[in-house]
Write a new protein. Structure first.
Length: 392
């Protein structure tokens, strides 16, 4: 996540095609996991709501073959949906899961249409409206996954699979042969099929556009406008997930509370605009010093919180020390001032397990050690006692 430097011109907004094909940024990853679980619930509900349609057709003796195929497909999809919902409910999620489940949803629709070819009913394959329209439900559901690439991939697969089905049907049957009269599903014509393919493409682009809009709104609500870092609201959601992973897999986790030294005096002396420049510099320096898997948020004012998943206390202490040294060395250049200014930070580190297992306990311990760093003269990092580092 790029942060503009002091006095720098913000980078131009990426083009629409680049945004559509780009992976979601870290602020959206957890939203994708939540969206996948929501899709799993919606999928189960939709299948249960659609199941009575073919059942009613059988009861009233209408289109028995099509209804039998619909029931078989629905039951298969219901089994798939139940298994996926169970897996997601147990906390399993990987970024590729959104692609896999979306493509499977589309393929279920294609499989239902393909069965009619095997039954010797090609007109149902190319002209059936109830089954074909389920494509739009599958594509629309992709917008809940916060990844525009999933929407485009699902739409593209639907277009390819349906094109294959129509091509096979027209290659093996003369669909407008008079022997098929009175054509209960209507005559075959390519203009209708092309219209269907265009509508599938439009639906996938619309779903991707909804994703981009949702990402933009979520990014605004979960990020700090001054520094570009995630804000406290995002931290409150993300830290629960990181603590859960640490607990589940027995991995280390450390948390650091970071505060800019004498920031009020800096603001009073040089003005709030200069303070804004300084906070952007601090945020950029921290962000460039951590791993992509780490979390850094602006917690409030001149305070920042860093979370280091999978990092032991000794390594975390060295990382925060490196951040402290980097910030102290980076000059702050202000307009109309010839000399460069410098700031320092103080930090306190807490360890998951030894200092607590909840976010509140870790934040409280890190804050107490930050206070100790301030009391000891500032521009320093206070971590756990050496015995705790050795045993962690």
């Amino acid at each position: 996540m790029a942060i503009p430097g002091p006095g720098a011109t913000p980078p131009p907004e990426p083009g629409i095609f680049k945004r559509l094909l780009s992976p979601p940024d870290p602020l959206q990853v957890d939203a994708g996991a939540q969206g996948e679980l929501l899709v799993a619930r919606v999928r189960l509900l939709l299948i249960l709501l659609l199941l009575p349609i073919p059942l009613s057709s059988i009861v009233f003796g209408n289109n028995v073959a099509e209804s039998a195929v619909g029931i078989s497909t629905n039951l298969s999809a219901l089994l798939f949906a139940g298994i996926l919902y169970y897996v997601l409910g147990r906390g399993f999620y990987r970024p590729w899961l959104g692609f896999a489940s979306s493509l499977m949803d589309v393929t279920f629709v294609s499989a239902a249409l393909g069965v009619f070819l095997l039954l010797g009913e090609p007109h149902t394959t190319v002209n059936s409206r109830p089954t074909f329209e389920v494509y739009f439900l599958a594509i629309g559901a992709t917008s809940l996954r916060y990844d525009s690439r999933v929407s485009l991939a699902a739409g593209l697969l639907a277009i390819v699979e349906y094109t294959v089905l129509v091509t096979v049907a027209t290659s093996l049957w003369d669909l407008n042969d008079p022997r098929y009269a009175p054509f209960p599903y209507g005559l075959f014509d390519w203009s209708t099929q092309i219209s269907r393919l265009i509508l599938l493409g439009v639906a996938s682009i619309l779903a991707a556009a909804i994703v981009l809009r949702s990402q933009s709104l979520r990014r605004l609500s979960r990020s700090d406008r001054l520094t570009g870092l995630p804000n406290r609201s995002y931290f409150d959601e993300r830290v629960i997930i990181e603590l859960s992973r640490a607990r589940r897999y027995g991995q280390p986790l450390t948390m650091a509370m970071i505060d800019v030294d004498f920031f009020k005096r800096f603001n009073d002396t040089y003005g709030h605009a200069a303070g804004d420049v300084a906070l952007r510099m601090v945020a950029r320096s921290i962000l460039e010093s951590i791993r992509q898997s780490d979390l850094i948020v602006r917690y409030g004012g001149e305070e920042f919180v860093a979370v280091f998943p999978g990092m032991d206390p000794a390594a975390a202490f060295e990382r925060v020390e490196a951040i402290r040294n980097r910030i102290a060395a980076v000059p702050i250049l202000l307009p109309r001032r010839l000399e460069a200014l410098h700031l320092t930070i103080s930090a306190g580190i807490a360890v998951y397990g030894a200092d607590g297992t909840s976010a509140e306990d870790l934040l409280d311990t890190a804050d107490n050690r930050l206070f100790a760093a301030k009391e000891a003269g500032r521009n320093r990092v206070v971590g756990p006692p050496p015995g705790l580092i050795a045993s962690a």
